[in-house]
Design a protein around this ligand. Structure first.
Ligand SMILES: [Zn+2]
Length: 147
């Protein structure tokens, strides 16, 4: 028997229930029919962020970035590649702190880029600074998972 997990759709933010043994079988969203995992970081505004952090029953990795930040742009291609490797065990997301300024303040993001890992609605790890090697991002994220 496999457990059922709540997975928030990165496209329409609907909460889906997916059996854990179906995660890797390219599940679609029951609402918008798009892939729940498409190998790309999900761009989240504040409302979407709260849904993903609060409802996802898989860890959520978030890149806090901004368009004017050179190191953030350098990290973006590596983060894309890392997303493809970390899904579907993790939701990989990004927050544009210029658009979602509240979130930067709420989480006291002092420098960008900053990676933060959320499990069960709680931040469990944070790493400021650009990582430009996908393997470093994957290794860091996996090593921060509790238990
Ligand atoms: Zn959807």
């Amino acid at each position: 028997m496999s457990e059922s997990l709540q997975i928030v759709c990165p496209h329409c933010q609907t909460t889906n229930r997916v059996r854990s043994d179906q995660l890797a079988s390219a599940p679609d969203c029951g609402s918008c029919k798009k892939a729940l995992f498409d190998g790309h970081p999900a761009a989240l505004d504040e409302a979407a962020f709260d849904k993903h952090i609060g409802r996802n029953q898989i860890p959520v990795l978030v890149d806090f970035w901004a368009p004017w930040c050179g190191p953030c742009r350098m990290m973006a291609p590596a983060y894309e590649k890392a997303a493809a490797q970390l899904e579907p065990q993790m939701r990989v997301a990004k927050v544009n702190t210029e658009e979602a300024q509240n979130l930067g303040a709420r989480f006291n993001i002092r420098s960008i880029p900053t990676l933060a890992l959320f499990v069960g609605g709680r931040e469990v790890a944070r790493q400021p600074g650009a990582m430009t090697n996908p393997a470093d991002i994957v290794r860091w994220a996996r090593s921060q998972l509790p238990g």
